[in-house]
Design a protein around this ligand. Structure first.
Ligand code: PGA
Length: 252
């Protein structure tokens, strides 16, 4: 089964509204002839409506870096799937390691956010990854298995047809260290097997599994050449349109 590659940019807490519009406009121009690869950028919530206008009609789709699992209510400071959808987002990054680490996001909350995304017509990008200590302790596979089983608890495969998984080893995020191709191939193969075990072969074959963690123009081609890598989730190197387009055109 052919899976359309997805190259996704996570802008984290960078760029004011005007800066986000400038970068997104430039990216939309540079990416105008890209075919067969899905492109997404996730600016800060505040910039979303502005950036949505800037990329309207282009190849560049929008995402958010988080959302809350309730539809509406007295949840000070939170934003719902319906709100981000109305502001132009098609994707939501869920359970990023920075949210787990700094904001105490649990697998249970992640699971509810995945559900809220799907119910709201938003494609969830479920992030998983082990820390350096967990890897050194030989716990990588058990950590990832738990993040997936708990994060996707009580779903059936039909619900998950749009789901994207992003494997991001925590020790590789923003550090300049990338997992080796052998490590990535092994983990991605393992994730696909787990999806097969939990949800069956059809979802396992169609689900897109991205790699994230210090993806750059000079390492993306090798990562994308691995059979089970269907795209990249890119932080630092997505901030500059000229750099990010080189990642998007990894096969050129
Ligand atoms: P990085 O971030 O590309 O800067 O390592 C990746 C991410 O956090 O998604």
């Amino acid at each position: 089964m052919s899976r359309t590659p997805l190259i996704a940019g996570n802008w984290k807490m960078f760029k004011t509204g005007p800066e986000a519009v400038a970068a997104a406009t430039s990216l939309a121009g540079l990416a105008s002839d890209v075919a067969d690869t899905d492109i997404m950028i996730a600016p800060a919530f505040l910039s979303l409506p502005l950036v949505s206008e800037a990329v309207a009609g282009s190849n560049v789709k929008l995402g958010v870096q988080n959302l809350f699992y309730e539809n509406e209510g007295a949840y000070t400071g939170e934003v719902s799937a319906a709100m981000v959808k109305a502001a132009g987002a098609d994707y939501a990054i869920i359970g990023h390691s920075e949210r787990r680490q700094y904001f105490g996001e649990t697998d249970d909350a992640v699971c509810r956010k995945v559900k809220a995304s799907i119910d709201g017509g938003i494609i969830p990008i479920l992030c998983i990854g082990e820390t350096e200590v967990q890897r050194e302790d030989g716990k990588t596979f058990s950590v990832l298995d738990k993040q997936i089983s708990n994060g996707l608890n009580n779903f059936c495969s039909r619900d998950l047809s749009s789901l994207v998984i992003a494997y991001e080893p925590v020790w590789a995020i923003g550090t300049g260290k990338t997992a080796t191709p052998d490590q990535v191939a092994e983990i991605h193969g393992n994730i696909r097997s787990l999806i097969n075990k939990l949800f069956g072969n059809e979802l396992a074959m169609s689900i897109r599994i991205l790699y994230g963690g210090s993806v750059k123009p000079d390492n993306v081609s090798e990562l994308m050449s691995l059979g089970d890598v269907d795209g990249a989730l890119v932080g630092g190197a997505s901030l500059d349109a000229e750099t990010f387009i080189q990642i998007i055109r990894y096969d050129k």
